[in-house]
Design a protein around this ligand. Structure first.
Ligand code: UN1
Length: 476
């Protein structure tokens, strides 16, 4: 049992130094947060949606103003490089504007009735207190993906951010308050999944859980939420493949692979951790990719010319390295990387394996680091088969100049997101984001799809005939 006097530390992954100490919340703090959030909901759900949207517009403006400060903090607390940190904040800005606009839409439907003098419509209703559990890899963007739609729809939120990026989460919520969000509508509980996260997932007054993280935790969340029949929105792992066909623009493909495999040091759930390559271009692609990987500048993420920053913590370095050993043991050929960078901080070299077979563990399991696996194939059909041979289904891509192959890939790749002639990363906020198969449970976030997660439908029938009209009977 923990109390608020217990603490944990947020570290700078480049240096290993402590940035700040945070209270480690347990069940008691979660109870208090939910109680406040539940009380606040009674007021918040009645605030006109356009007014709730206006707060999000102001929030977007404040985020724009704070972009340099937040990006700099992100390079220090999470370790992504400057340009990518700016992109993370920009994604939150875009989402806040988008969801702010929803305040004046939140469309339902009106339909004709089968009876005379009767009106009917469907309206979106908020669900209540949302338990939002967010990861460290998009420490500003993902809280925005979850909180802005939840709030504009009239829900309140208890946020449990990842224990690796509590300071950014705190700044995010402080800025929401600066934008005019009423006190108590959003509560933060800091700390660990097994403590604060678990208490939140099980709390009887939290009817929806939205979670981004590992498949394993997603399954545990689903089971814990089942007793109360909670709505569960999950955004889990990926094992995303880029297919490079023999007619591809190879320089473009190498650009796309480099960006998607090594950007954010591979710590995106959309990262390209497999590259499925037609044998006719396999040697050429391999040489160019290795040359690029070896040229990448590794360094402090706040410095302008750094291309690869650290991974999040020591455990991540160890996990990534254990997959290097697994790959070597499985008989894959290590072309470059495969080791941590000596010195302080949690750095790992961009790593490329060749001669990988689709069934190997390095081609099946999510590594969440700068490691990618080249899988040679002889045809388009074989490429699609290999791409689909994993349990996850988040993102995929194909590099080809053949329009027929591009359209077949759009149809046949079993992923929720698909790119043609671009890498596997780069989702925009106004399209649904999420995956098929073991990447989730059928929900999507972002865009209009997010509204489905954070509202329930209410169908309303208004009879103005002044008499009893029986549906399915009196219209005969
Ligand atoms: C994630 O890795 O959890 O498409 C989100 C992308 C980003 C979002 C990634 N816009 O890669």
């Amino acid at each position: 049992m923990t109390t608020a006097t217990a603490t944990f530390e947020s570290l700078n992954p480049s240096t290993g130094e402590v940035i700040e100490t945070f209270p480690r919340s347990g069940a008691a703090e979660v109870d208090r947060a939910v109680e406040k959030s539940r009380a606040a909901w009674e007021g918040w759900r009645l605030v006109p949606a356009p007014e709730r949207g206006n707060i999000l517009f102001r929030f977007a403006q404040i985020l724009e103003r704070s972009k340099p400060e937040l990006s700099d903090l992100m390079t220090r607390e999470m370790g992504k490089v400057k340009a990518e940190a700016g992109g993370d904040v920009q994604e939150a800005i875009d989402m806040s504007y988008y969801m702010g606009g929803e305040g004046r839409r939140l469309f339902g439907q009106t339909t004709p009735s089968e009876l005379r003098d009767k009106f009917q419509m469907s309206i979106r209703m908020p669900v209540g207190v949302v338990g939002a559990i967010t990861p460290w890899n998009f420490p500003i963007a993902i809280p925005a993906w979850k909180l802005t739609p939840a709030l504009v729809c009239g829900n309140t939120v208890v946020l449990k951010p990842a224990e690796d990026t509590p300071l950014l989460a705190q700044r995010f919520v402080d800025l929401l308050h600066e934008a005019g969000l009423p006190q108590d509508v959003v509560q933060v509980v800091h700390g660990y999944g097994e403590e604060a996260g678990d208490a939140l997932v099980r709390h009887p007054d939290v009817p929806i859980i939205t979670f981004t993280g590992s498949r394993e935790t997603g399954v545990a969340v689903t089971k814990a939420a089942a007793d109360r029949l909670k709505h569960v929105h999950l955004e889990l792992g990926g094992k995303n493949a880029i297919i490079v066909m023999d007619d591809a623009d190879l320089d473009l493909a190498v650009d796309g692979i480099t960006w998607s495999a090594f950007g954010t040091a591979g710590q995106r759930c959309t990262a390209a951790s497999r590259v499925i390559v037609h044998r006719d271009v396999y040697d050429a692609l391999q040489q160019r990719l290795v040359a690029r990987a070896e040229q990448m500048k590794i360094g402090a993420p706040w410095e302008d010319d750094t291309e690869i920053g650290p991974v999040i913590n020591e455990a991540a370095v160890e996990k990534i390295h254990s997959y290097t050993e697994i790959g070597v043991d499985e008989g894959a050929k290590l072309l470059t990387g495969g080791e941590r960078v000596e010195g302080h901080g949690f750095y790992y070299r961009p790593t490329v394996f060749a001669e990988v077979e689709p069934g190997m563990r390095i081609a099946q399991e999510e590594i969440f680091g700068p490691t990618t696996a080249l899988i040679p194939v002889g045809s388009f059909e074989e490429a699609v088969l290999a791409a689909n041979s994993v349990e996850f289904g988040l993102s995929s891509s194909i590099f080809t100049r053949d329009v027929n192959k591009a359209f077949k890939a759009m149809r046949d790749l079993q992923t929720g997101i698909m790119y043609v002639n671009a890498g596997t990363t780069g989702a925009e906020v106004h399209l649904p984001f999420g995956g098929m198969k073991q990447t989730g449970n059928g929900h999507r976030e972002a865009g209009q799809a997010a509204l489905e997660v954070f509202t329930e439908w209410k169908s309303v029938y208004v009879d103005y005939s002044g008499k009893l009209q029986r549906a399915q009977i009196d219209n005969q």
